[in-house]
Design a protein around this ligand. Structure first.
Ligand code: NAD
Length: 483
């Protein structure tokens, strides 16, 4: 892997106008499975951020007029190249993020599919033609690329969060400046190389890895040529960026935190629900914004559910991806300490640990074994806050109205999961849950062809689906005189 990482030339990882540049300083990327440095990456500055906008703004002049079919074919080529290099990209993801090889490989496919989906959407330009009520004008509604788009991504899905933004931006005819998370810049560097190879013109995609996130993103938000900020990350940072974006009325798309309820009714197929819970909880070690965060299980089945879930968690080995483990480390030692504290607090408040998996000894990695807790109080931080780790707090319920009150008490509203054999009941509960996405008898909602996004403090806008393209387009109408 060291050889593959060095082949990315991370010391010259700032891509501006088709030129890969070094910087005065570099920063370290850790291997979370060992706690040791993997490599050093060029550390972008606010001057690099502005140079990236210069290049994106210049490239936009031509790129916006490139026929949709040509943009579509470049995106399709990017999909093919990602699939060609899928194993290598998965290795890079596992190295810097820690996720298991299976999770990393699944992420590559998911990420690549955004290029394929938006290569298909790129040629589905839509508009409208109407007769003004007075009869004296005709109205023609058209959509145009919004301009230079600033894209800011988190560490938990280093490939998919980048392609989920890049693909619709490029399909729409926007140019992009991308800032990956400092924990996981290497996957984004690899993707930028593939986009070059696919044939995207210089300046259409620019990359600024950095540890100075606030300085770089502020330079973008202050620059009048940047017309849109698409951000995925925590609600706290998202709110701060919304305030900054307000100064210039920058269009924003915000994919923020979640706190997904996982609801199991008394008539649920428990085998199915437990299978889905494993997917919804353990994917990426529980570090997904759509991860099931709190489990509301009907009182009549909660004991069986807890035993079944614990047994399934026990069958997942925790360790390094390079050792073929099923669940990798968390992103940092701080994350392990913080989640351990939340578990301890819940136990002090009356919760019981029904299952806890062991972790590898003496590896130096940031490991946390999956945990199942029962009798968790409703006000425990494990229930109220988003917990980015493999922890399943279980709460029992009996009355559907009370259940919905508890579920909807959260300030978040990203994903939710509902399990019942009675489809009418499952759909009724789903429609009452305040969430942008609901898995009905399924533990996975992410799909490039569907509009991903949240309500309440989980965000604004949608990524994927047809809606994902609209985020990067602005509407104009022509009022044509019709005497
Ligand atoms: P984060 O908010 O700390 O960081 C996200 C990105 O913002 C990173 O690139 C980071 O460098 C940058 N950033 C941090 N501080 C900044 C600042 N002051 N100004 C500008 N940029 C700044 O989040 P994270 O820890 O990387 O990711 C985890 C969070 O992301 C979780 O809350 C998770 O739910 C959320 N998330 C949401 C989705 C979604 O689609 N809704 C998807 C994945 C992750």
């Amino acid at each position: 892997m060291t050889r593959q990482l060095e082949a990315l030339d991370p010391g010259r990882a700032i891509l501006i106008g088709g030129i890969w540049r070094a910087s005065e300083s570099t920063f370290v990327v850790d291997d979370p499975a060992t706690g040791r440095p993997l490599t050093r990456v060029a550390n972008g500055t606010s001057a690099d951020a502005t140079a990236a906008v210069n290049s994106a703004a210049t490239a936009f002049g031509d790129w916006r007029h490139v026929p949709p079919r040509e943009r579509s074919e470049l995106l399709r080529h990017a999909f093919d190249l990602m699939m060609r290099d899928a194993d290598e990209i998965a290795g890079v993801i596992s190295a810097e993020n820690g996720k298991s090889s299976a999770d990393a490989r699944a992420e590559v496919t998911y990420a690549a599919e955004f290029f394929r989906w938006f290569s298909e959407e790129a040629v589905r330009g839509t508009g409208a033609y109407g007769v003004a009520p007075s009869g004296g004008a005709r109205t023609v509604v058209t959509h145009h690329p919004i301009g230079v788009a600033a894209l800011v991504t988190p560490w938990n899905f280093p490939a998919a969060m980048a392609t989920r933004k890049l693909a619709p931006a490029l399909a729409a005819g926007c140019t992009a400046v991308l800032k990956p998370a400092a924990e996981t810049p290497l996957t984004a560097i690899k993707i930028a190389h593939l986009l070059e190879e696919a044939g995207f013109p210089p300046g259409v995609v620019n990359l600024v890895p950095t540890t100075s996130a606030a300085a770089v993103v502020t330079a973008w938000l202050d620059d009048p040529r940047v017309r849109l900020l698409s951000f995925t990350g925590s609600t706290a940072v998202g709110k701060q960026l919304l305030r900054q974006a307000a100064d210039r009325v920058v269009v924003t798309a915000m994919e923020l935190g979640g706190n997904a309820p996982f609801i199991v009714a008394d008539d649920a197929d428990l085998e199915l629900a437990v299978d889905a819970a494993v997917v919804a909880k353990l994917r990426g070690g529980g570090q997904a914004c759509t991860a099931a965060n709190r489990f509301y299980v009907h009182a009549s089945v909660i004991d069986r559910f807890a035993v079944m879930l614990g047994a399934r968690f026990a069958a997942h080995r925790v360790g390094a991806a390079t050792d073929g483990a099923d669940i990798g480390p968390l992103v940092s030692a701080r994350a392990v300490a913080e989640i351990t504290r939340k578990i301890d607090e819940a136990v002090e408040a009356g919760a019981t640990i029904a299952h806890r998996s062991p972790i590898p000894e003496g590896s130096g990695g940031y490991f946390l074994g999956p945990v199942v807790l029962t009798d968790v109080p409703a006000d425990a931080r494990l229930i109220v806050e988003e917990t980015f780790g493999p922890v399943a707090p279980l709460v029992s319920w009996t009355d559907e109205a009370d259940l919905l009150t508890q579920v909807n008490a959260s300030e978040f509203g990203l994903a939710a999961y509902v399990f019942s054999r009675d489809l009418e009941r499952a759909l009724r509960i789903s429609e009452e849950v305040e969430a942008g996405m609901v898995g009905v008898n399924r533990g996975l909602v992410s799909d490039p062809s569907a509009p991903f996004g949240g309500v309440k403090q989980s965000g604004l806008g949608r990524e994927g689906g047809h809606e994902g393209l609209l985020e990067f387009l602005q509407t104009q109408y022509l009022s044509v005189d019709w005497a």
